[in-house]
Design a protein around this ligand. Structure first.
Ligand code: PMT
Length: 416
């Protein structure tokens, strides 16, 4: 499968065929691709961002001038992230804008900003398809090496019969897969696994990953927690699956959908996560990656009723939570154990201390004093320590970073 580990940016524009986009995402991920979706302004009338986020496992991108999205994965990073850009359905209006280099929304801007190959699956009324303007625009695009998939001929949503139907989703996914086989340069830069007949680096391994924050109840309506979004841990789960592993993801409360293909266990508190992790490891864990930001302390006496406001000051007594990572590493036959260290200063010193004190095989340290990486950001940067090595993984999108980290883990596990 040439799409294995390929980053597909899927643009969806506003035609009736947009309702097929979630199914297309499934077909693409089924062939091994990582998919991020960009919606044109009118497409959300036909398909919801939430359903596309759920099937792709990634935030859906919609607006060019969105400060929050730009602070996460900005449009230039998104354009660079893409190995291929597929627009399905591509409406007559979208085709016209692309032919003339317009960039008045996120999707058309990305087409100009990327150097990835672009594929279009047109969908429109047969008369619009036959219109001279559309055919002239398509000529311009094909001369720029933009590839067309379809359209098919048949009965249309409006009752007309003729060319203009979007191809079936499995046909588009298979044509994209085949197009990559026919593009050897692209295929070889995507992944060693595509070109090689060797097994994936994590195949046969069962990885247990913790992700997200924990919540420690104060009373029925209040809790203590932290800013972990789960993005780093979920990225590890998605990439571990792509690298061939069987994955159990144990997650605290986050706003992300569970990645397709993993065993997903939802927990709330550190005690819940402790029980779930030890149980999962006992059953099948070869590798344990503790990415969760687990609360070190919990409330000693959780109230069974809502605390009432009274005195000017209040003291809450806390007790230490068990250390999940240390307890896993202390098992009589522990898995290959990888910790994370979230530090604000003396990063190397504290990370190395955790590596030896908790008896880990590896620790990935992030400097969470930097506001553009770490907690609740799309990017991160890690320094990976083992007993005798130190590897710097520079700032990048958490999905790409997760893949780098897992390749290092795979190398060390095979020498273990
Ligand atoms: O979720 P994101 O928004 O994407 O942010 C990612 C992240 C910053 C949370 C992640 O990269 C990270 O650093 N995770 C570890 C956070 C943390 O709690 O670090 P720590 O230095 O306090 O803990 C050290 C290690 O012990 C961690 O692997 C932690 O999971 C583990 N631990 C800590 C306490 C405890 N009771 N049990 C544990 O297993």
């Amino acid at each position: 499968m040439a799409l294995q580990n390929v980053n597909v940016l899927l643009g969806v524009t506003g035609g009736i065929a947009a309702y097929k986009a979630p199914d297309l995402v499934r077909k693409l991920t089924g062939l091994g691709a990582t998919v991020r979706v960009v919606l044109s302004p009118s497409s959300s009338a036909f398909v919801t961002p939430l359903s596309l986020q759920a099937v792709s496992g990634n935030i859906v991108h919609q607006h060019l001038l969105d400060p929050e999205a730009e602070a996460g994965m900005g449009h230039i990073e998104l354009a660079r992230w893409a190995d291929v850009l597929l627009i399905a359905p591509a409406t007559a209006h979208c085709i016209a804008k692309l032919a003339h280099g317009l960039a008045d929304d996120l999707l058309t801007t990305l087409v100009l900003a990327t150097n990835a190959p672009v594929f279009l699956a047109p969908a429109m009324n047969q008369q619009m398809w036959a219109a001279q303007a559309t055919q002239d625009n398509l000529n311009i695009l094909t001369q720029r090496n933009i590839t067309l998939f379809g359209p098919a001929s048949g009965e249309q949503a409006c009752g007309d019969i003729g060319y203009g139907r979007m191809l079936e989703t499995h046909e588009i996914a298979n044509m994209l897969d085949q197009a990559l086989v026919d593009m050897p340069v692209l295929a070889s830069t995507q992944s060693i696994e595509v070109a090689s007949s060797e097994p994936l680096p994590l195949s046969g391994q069962h990885i247990v990953i913790t992700a997200g924050p924990t919540r420690e109840a104060i009373d029925p309506v209040r809790y203590i927690s932290n800013h972990s979004s789960g993005k780093m841990g979920y990225s590890l789960a998605v990439q571990a699956l792509a690298l061939g592993a069987q994955v159990t993801l144990i997650s605290g409360p986050v706003a992300l959908p569970a990645p397709t293909g993993c065993k997903f266990i939802s927990v709330t508190s550190a005690l819940d996560m402790h029980t779930a992790a030890l149980h999962a490891i006992e059953n099948a864990g070869d590798i344990f990656i503790a990415c969760a930001a687990v609360a070190d302390y919990r409330v000693a006496n959780v109230m069974d009723h809502k605390l009432k406001k009274s005195a000017d000051e209040m003291t809450i007594s806390l007790v230490k939570n068990p250390d999940i990572l240390a307890d896993v590493a202390a098992l009589s036959s522990p898995p290959f154990t990888v910790g994370f260290a979230a530090e604000t200063h003396d990063v190397e010193h504290y990370a190395k201390d955790k590596l030896t004190r908790k008896k880990l095989n590896m620790i990935a340290a992030n400097d969470v004093s930097q506001s553009d990486i770490g907690f609740n950001q799309s990017d991160n940067a890690l320094t990976v320590f083992t007993a005798d090595a130190q590897i710097v993984l520079p700032k990048q999108d958490k999905l790409a970073l997760a893949k780098e980290l897992l390749k290092i883990v795979a190398q060390h596990v095979s020498n273990h």
